[in-house]
Design a protein around this ligand. Structure first.
Ligand code: XCC
Ligand code: SF4
Length: 628
């Protein structure tokens, strides 16, 4: 097997990761880093976005500068090839978030019909607020009827018959005008994704710029549509997050308990697993099997969902998912969908660990498939917990190593919670921004990527930004990184600049606020809309930026693009596979500025990235007539 030439110290800064990397090596278990080494160097055509397999006249490798093969068999050049690939990449990401959003919508509908036992509307106030926001008269409607009406309303947003998605109303008028003028107003969530597949079929849209603009429209359908609906309905069904202190890292696993890891993205399955694990009857069964209890911990975005709402500890982020199993202390991984490495099935089979898939659309051969539906979820969750208890009796104590003790982090900063923490309105934050106590706000989001030092770019960037009085909001896998770096408690204020520390201390906030999972980036959009409206400006005028320093997924590309198309400059730690086209690359790095008032910056070095972001914030502050 090819070896990663980096030392374990270079791969990850964390004690828990390093200990498990050593253990994996000792036990002969290959990880994502080993497989990356095997795949390196990558195919240079694919790396640049210059391969096409969209029809069987090909596949084609297009070589724009070469003596031969400047065009694919159909005549597509490098620019078109890169644009078509990128368009589909973004559409896949937008589709993933949005299909997850649709699952919440189906859950809400089933709850309204009384066909989803165990699920309920937990935040009736939010349900009523959302109904009012989209124009559903709530007078005289009970919660079930409101839920039914709201579900019907949002289902329409997924279709093809609207001219604009309903929650676009949360964006400032100026922004909506820009979308209209550039024909990038998303009409239907599914429609934009489908249209991207259509446009990129051989012989449809052959203009790379036009494809890229439609990619922006598709991404906007995700951010202000599929993701936003997913977030809002998750709050309605499972409760709007409120501040709490929770624990994170592999130390949250318990040697004496049945450990169940919930992994993936949707709260629909994980909330039920949690309820079953907390059931006294299950606890009694666990005790009978010799365990002290049933311990549920989270991975990736499902972990963020149950962390935000239920205070469930977070075992790790993307690059920790394999290593969590290497502890030998995990009885079960319960996965819904997205970002669940297929390798987990193989690694689980090296231990007593059961890998359980739950979604009809995400099957993992070799694992145990317990198909959850809205009707049977409560029973299936109990079945899963019982299987985990059974697995506990097969645990090999000699192979258990739970490294480190957990760190604490503060979570639960939904927009509602932030406003409550500020005393009922966003005004104190705006005032702090105006006088420069807080210079700006940056969302640091997204994944890990084994090509980059684990969590290194994420935490390096966050530290630089808070030092420069920039408030950081964080979601998804970035959360665990910030928590481990100690930036998500008020102790983290020691690393913040004087102004930011003063502001945060006044409201008892950490310098890095946890706003949720990846779909919850929609909370950041809504917050930006709110702040821009309060100042009477466009989102592009705000001293804000976004960053996905260690991103890997199609979804992260969609997030980055909807941020840019919403007017938010976005930093990426590594580029998407577009460098084979100067046209598309130029559009991403500069051209979009002229269209949406924001573009991408690619920079793997966190300090340099922070400089670029800080310069941007200074420029926006000066343009608003504020100090720098
Ligand atoms: Fe996946 Fe969302 Fe990325 Fe983590 S951050 S690796 S997309 S789990 Ni969203
Ligand atoms: Fe080749 Fe064109 Fe077919 Fe793509 S669509 S595989 S470039 S012939």
């Amino acid at each position: 097997m090819a070896k990663d030439t980096r030392t374990i110290e270079e791969l990850s800064p964390w004690e828990d990761a390093r200990r498990m990397l050593v253990k994996a090596k000792d036990e002969g278990i290959a990880t994502v880093w080993d497989r990356l080494a095997e795949q390196t160097p990558h195919c240079s055509f694919c790396d640049q976005g210059l391969t096409c397999n969209k029809c069987v006249m090909g596949p084609c490798r297009v070589n724009p500068k070469g003596p031969k093969r400047q065009l694919g068999v159909c005549g597509a050049d490098g620019d078109l090839t890169v644009a078509r690939n990128f368009g589909r990449f973004v559409a896949a990401g937008a589709a993933s978030h949005s299909d997850h959003g649709r699952d919440l919508l189906e859950a809400l509908e089933a709850v309204s019909h009384g066909t989803a036992p165990g699920y309920a509307v937990r935040d009736t106030d939010k349900l009523a607020r959302l109904c009012a926001e989209v124009g559903i008269a709530t007078l005289g409607l009970d919660a079930a009827s409101q839920a039914k009406a709201l579900a019907e309303h949002f289902f329409e947003d997924f279709g093809t018959r609207r001219h604009a998605l309903s929650l676009l109303s949360r964006a400032p008028k100026k922004r909506r005008d820009i979308w209209d003028a550039t024909r990038s107003t998303p009409r239907g969530i599914d429609r934009e994704c489908v249209e991207m597949l259509h446009r990129t079929h051989m012989g449809v849209d052959c203009d790379p710029v036009s494809i890229c603009l439609h990619a922006a429209r598709t991404a906007l359908a995700d951010g202000w549509g599929g993701s936003m609906i997913g977030t809002e309905l998750s709050d309605v069904l499972f409760g709007t997050p409120r501040p709490a202190t929770v624990e994170a890292n592999l130390g949250v696993l318990r040697a004496d308990s049945v450990n169940i890891l919930v992994h993936g993205h949707s709260p629909v399955v994980s909330e039920m697993i949690l309820a079953a694990a907390r059931d006294p009857e299950m606890l009694a069964k666990a005790k009978a099997a010799g365990a002290a209890g049933v311990n549920v911990a989270g991975l990736c975005c499902t972990g963020n969902e149950v962390l935000m709402r239920q205070g469930v500890p977070l075992a790790g982020n993307h690059l920790m998912t394999e290593l969590a199993l290497v502890t030998g202390a995990v009885e079960m991984v319960v996965a819904d969908y997205q970002c669940v490495m297929p390798s987990l099935v193989q690694i689980a089979s090296c231990y007593h660990t059961r890998f359980v898939s739950t979604s009809e659309k995400a099957r993992f051969p070799g694992g145990t498939h317990l198909e959850f539906t809205l009707e049977n979820a409560r029973d299936k969750a109990r079945e899963a917990v019982e299987l985990a208890i059974e697995a506990f009796t097969r645990r090999d104590a000699g192979r258990v190593d739970i490294p480190t003790t957990p760190v604490s982090l503060r979570t639960g900063y939904s927009n509602e919670a932030v406003i409550e923490a500020l005393g009922g309105s966003a005004e104190p934050l705006l005032a702090a921004i105006k006088i420069g106590l807080v210079r700006g706000v940056v969302g640091i989001v997204g994944c890990n990527n084994p090509k980059l030092p684990h969590d290194g770019v994420l935490t390096g960037l966050a530290k630089e930004l808070i030092r420069q009085d920039i408030l950081v909001v964080v979601t998804g896998c970035a959360t665990v990184a910030m928590g481990k770096a100690g930036l998500m408690t008020t102790e983290g204020l020691e690393q913040a600049g004087v102004g930011l520390a003063e502001f945060c201390s006044r409201f008892d906030l950490p310098p890095v606020l946890h706003v949720g999972s990846c779909v919850d980036n929609s909370r950041i959009l809504a917050l930006c809309g709110m702040l821009a409206d309060a100042l009477g400006v466009d989102i592009a005028d705000l001293p804000v930026a976004a960053s996905a320093p260690e991103w890997y997924s199609e979804k992260a590309a969609a997030i980055g693009l909807y941020a840019v198309a919403s007017g938010i400059m976005t930093h990426l730690g590594l580029p998407p596979n577009i460098l084979g086209s100067e046209l598309v690359t130029g559009l991403a790095l500069e051209g979009l500025e002229g269209v949406f008032g924001a573009s991408f910056v690619v920079e793997p070095d966190p300090v340099k990235a922070a400089e670029a972001i800080s310069r941007r914030i200074t420029a926006k502050r000066l343009a608003l007539g504020l100090n720098d």
